[in-house]
Write a protein that binds this ligand. Sequence first.
Ligand code: URP
Ligand code: ZN
Ligand code: ZN
Length: 461
Amino acid sequence: MNRLLIANGTVVTANATARADVLVEGGRIARLLAPGAYPGPVSRRIDAANRLILPGGIDVHTHLDLPVGEFSSSDDFETGTIAAAFGGTTCVIDYATQDRGERLHDALARWMQRAEDKAVIDYGFHMIVVDLTDAVERELDDLVVSGVPSFKVFMAYPGRLQLDDGAIERVLRRAGRNGALTCLHAENGPAIETLIRDARAAGHLAPTYHALTRPAALEAEATARGIALAARAGAPLYVVHVSAGEAAAAIADARARGHQVYGETCPQYLCLTADAYDEPGFGGAKYVMSPPLRSAGDQARLWDALGAGALQVVATDHCPFLLHGQKDRGLHDFSLIPNGAPGIETRLMLLHDAGVRQGRLTLNQFVDLTATQPARLFGLYPRKGTIAPGSDADLVVWDQERHVTLRADTLHMRVDYSPYEGRTVTGAPDIVIAGGEVIVEDGRFTGRAGAGRFLPREPRG
Ligand code: URP
Ligand code: ZN
Ligand code: ZN
């Protein structure tokens, strides 16, 4: 049997940091041993001296190969998961999206086809529900049985993705009964549409108006409304891509009142501010995502919420579009710029640098936010998200001292810009292991397209 020993490293989990050797057999973690204690033969021994051994990152918010109008997000399941691996992420949960009039099972089958033969790391799916007929509502139960126990609903993008509050109520009620977790995009879509219409009528067409027409107050309002609906339905709620401090505060308050409300934020909201929209020319388009980047004050509140445990997950909302050829569709009208930005590769490096190194997070919190809580909330724990006997051997040998300058042309995402161009971070993965196989080493990808498996996930107990 293939037997791998990762020796001399410091193992970091969500609740412990200890010197230990990790023995991997048949793709799983077999044992944790005192350093040097394993006497037997191994197929390979990795020396992790002076480095950390982390559970592989889990990115629970990606949009790979997502069709948007006439084109798709620029990373597919192969390029996107290779980039993820380079950044120390060994599992993604991507958002399958129902088309209008489509059965959820057909939507899932479409996404399965997109991923199989391409994904280099394990993957699961959430389901975005855009058209809630009675039949689709019943299908939500079948979806849970098929290993997709999380749905996303939008309060934004009227006429395209938005569900009205009545439909959201129905999804929440169903999820409350069938053990699914409802993921909420919390922005008040109809109010935003009015602001966009006003801006366009006034000739305000530059990228900065994307942010100005999606104010924090309309994220906070939608977050509070979502929490109220979920609390009434007695269902858990997971608020995706929280960017406004006031939205984070609403989640913290609800949790303090005992509601099962969880919140996710993303590195872009922690490391960039709305000043980015002032980049000369069309540069602000690189940061056109929803919700938009916010103020330094919002950012400080997000960091505080992460530190205090009021937000539980840092994911990416990776949804890249080429600046030249895709985003520039909106060169003369911000409302036509496809929404989304790249991030699947840089999540751990940015959070380590801006969070751990700046003293805002402990290493254990870093692991908790990027691997353990994602696995727990989305039905993958303890198979994923920790380092323990029996868990999948998805591991990262992490060098806390390595400096990396982030540049689009040396990162691996299929996109022609980086929101962090030229920024130097300290701390990066050296070796990445998925299912017991080394897939990144010495800056080279050594894995295989199609090696990633679909992960049926468990509903909530
Ligand atoms: O701008 C974004 N976030 N695009 C992806 C879709 C979403 O709302 O998550
Ligand atoms: Zn969203
Ligand atoms: Zn998203």
